[in-house]
Design a binder for this molecule. Structure first.
Ligand code: DC
Length: 249
């Protein structure tokens, strides 16, 4: 894959020395609750990049399977569903906390992809090889739009192995559970720390242990541990890594 780099002008009087060249494609992987989406979204807003959290597409398939009463334990049925639906994303934001808009055959399904029922089924859907194969091409086509931060579990390893910059954002299980717990409380939802921790651990095991495209750190990905960082500090750390990036000579 050949990418072009974007020259980022900090101000209109930019001289050669103050011009920055930014990585055109940025791959961000990490476990559930690591903060990779929140941090990547904030950084994308700051540098004017598209942000796409690829988990949304696996969530979309799980949601449609629930809506259409597709048997999620029958991989052929789920793959057929993935093949017949036209998934897309746009940078459109609404005042409901979304980081982009997810469209299924043109229908905005964004408000439903984080429903608890979707949470409960999405790991099974994401472990089906035919579903991953089908979504691979769609994700790569979206990356071709360029100036994009793409987040997921296999972006640096499988979806965009030639991404200009790869980051692996991680945090301890305890910290990730605490963050999810706080997010629920902030939304006024009931929350139990122990069950959130258990849920995250179960998803870690499923995502890292599955046969196809397990959660893995690409050898050339920069490891960012946000366990002891606030959100602002994490955003700053990732922003700095992007600014410090230089094209290979
Ligand atoms: O990041 P998330 O919680 O929205 O991800 C939802 C599910 O999709 C989760 O089980 C991991 C899986 N996923 C994946 O297998 N590959 C990706 N690139 C992104 C998410």
């Amino acid at each position: 894959m050949v990418y072009s780099w974007r020259v980022f002008a900090l101000n209109p009087d930019t001289t050669a020395e103050t011009q920055l060249v930014l990585p055109n494609t940025i791959a961000v992987d990490g476990p559930a609750g690591s903060g990779k989406s929140t941090v990547s979204f904030a950084v994308a807003q700051r540098i004017g990049y598209l942000f796409f959290d690829t988990g949304a597409f696996y969530r979309a398939i799980a949601l449609l399977a629930l809506e259409q009463h597709v048997d999620m334990n029958n991989p052929d049925e789920v793959v057929a569903l993935a093949q017949r639906v036209n998934l897309d994303m746009t940078p459109d934001l609404k005042n409901d906390g979304r980081q982009c808009t997810i469209l299924a055959d043109g229908r905005d399904i964004t408000p439903h992809i984080h429903d608890p029922e979707v949470d409960a089924h999405v790991s099974v859907v994401a472990a089906i090889p035919g579903v991953r194969r089908t979504l691979l091409d769609v994700q790569r086509a979206i990356a071709q739009r360029g100036q994009i931060i793409m987040a997921g579990r296999d972006i640096g390893t499988i979806v965009l192995p030639d991404a200009d910059l790869k980051l692996f954002i991680d945090a301890s299980l305890e910290q990730r559970a605490r963050r999810r717990y706080q997010q629920r409380l902030d939304k006024g939802e009931p929350a139990d720390l122990a069950s959130i921790r258990e849920g995250l651990q179960a998803r870690d095991t499923l995502d890292s242990g599955r046969a196809v495209a397990p959660l893995l750190r690409a050898p050339d990905a920069i490891y960012v541990d946000t366990s002891d960082l606030t959100l602002e500090q994490s955003v700053e750390a990732v922003y700095r890594l992007i600014m410090e990036w230089r094209p290979p000579r």
